[in-house]
Design a protein around this ligand. Structure first.
Ligand SMILES: [Zn+2]
Length: 272
């Protein structure tokens, strides 16, 4: 069943990459067909099959033979991987409630993925997409609080340490993460970290219980700093800003996957 989500993810990834590309170029999201950026040839249906078209055409445009960026197959595979992982974690085919949780995180990951690509290209963040996540996050908090449904819990052990009232369980993560990043933003005077990153961690926090938010913080800052260090060793330039949203995306992914593994191990430990 989950393999179906992998294949769907390939198509969805092609769409997400397209949205990020049009965000950068300022083209309309819906009205125009995709075309080759070099020769402007409109792509036919058989040139639009994710991954397969790229492999059949050996990575070249059918119109002008120019090389197609590796970014296309890479974004398709990455999206397929996170869609597949979310399907494995939430098992949306089992019942309606599992489907709802799956959709919340699926849209969170999709939008953060678009913002990560956009940040990587431009070092900017798009407020319309953040606003969408902010409202989705509020619905997420309201849904769990009002219907008394427990929040998804990825690191059982760590979340157990923080008992908060239901409406605060993820709101508190948002406030904690954004204050921390705002503090870093202030002391570094906006170099290396932008205000867009502060807003982004706020909306991500809305979807994470506090223990999970701590794991997210550790993963994304470790990966981001590692990247910054490599960049520094290569270019000897400390002032070069780092696109942080790609690391938020990776941090979020590792939090869900590793948290899930840890909590499963922990549950095995106490049941035997
Ligand atoms: Zn072309």
């Amino acid at each position: 069943m989950a393999i179906f989500f992998f294949i769907f993810g390939l198509f969805w990834g092609s769409f997400l990459n397209n949205v990020a590309y049009r965000l950068k170029t300022g083209e309309s999201f819906f009205l125009t067909r995709s075309h080759c950026p070099i020769c402007k040839k409109t792509l036919s249906v058989k040139e639009l099959i994710p991954l397969i078209s790229f492999l059949i055409q050996k990575g070249r445009c059918l119109g002008c033979q120019s090389k197609i960026s590796l970014r296309y197959p890479l974004t398709e595979i990455l999206t397929a991987i996170f869609t597949f992982t979310l399907a494995l974690i939430f098992k949306p085919w089992i019942n309606f409630f599992f489907l709802i949780e799956f959709l919340f995180y699926f849209f969170l990951f999709s939008v953060i993925f678009i913002l990560a690509l956009y940040d990587f290209d431009t070092l900017l963040v798009d407020d319309r997409f953040l606003l969408f996540l902010f409202f989705l996050g509020l619905i997420f908090v309201f849904y769990h609080t009002y219907l008394k449904i427990p929040y998804p819990d990825f690191s059982y052990l760590l979340n157990y340490l923080f008992i908060l009232p239901p409406y605060l369980e993820t709101l508190f993560s948002s406030i904690f993460l954004s204050f921390l990043f705002f503090f870093i933003y202030l002391i570094t005077k906006g170099e290396g970290l932008g205000f867009g990153d502060v807003k982004t961690v706020f909306v991500i926090g809305l979807f994470l219980k506090f223990g999970d938010a701590l794991i997210f913080l550790v993963f994304s800052s470790l990966l981001g700093s590692l990247y910054g260090l490599i960049l520094f060793l290569k270019e000897k330039n400390l002032k070069k800003p780092i696109p942080f949203i790609p690391f938020f995306f990776l941090g979020l992914y590792f939090t869900l996957v590793l948290g899930k593994t840890f909590s499963a191990k922990y549950l095995n430990l106490i049941s035997f």
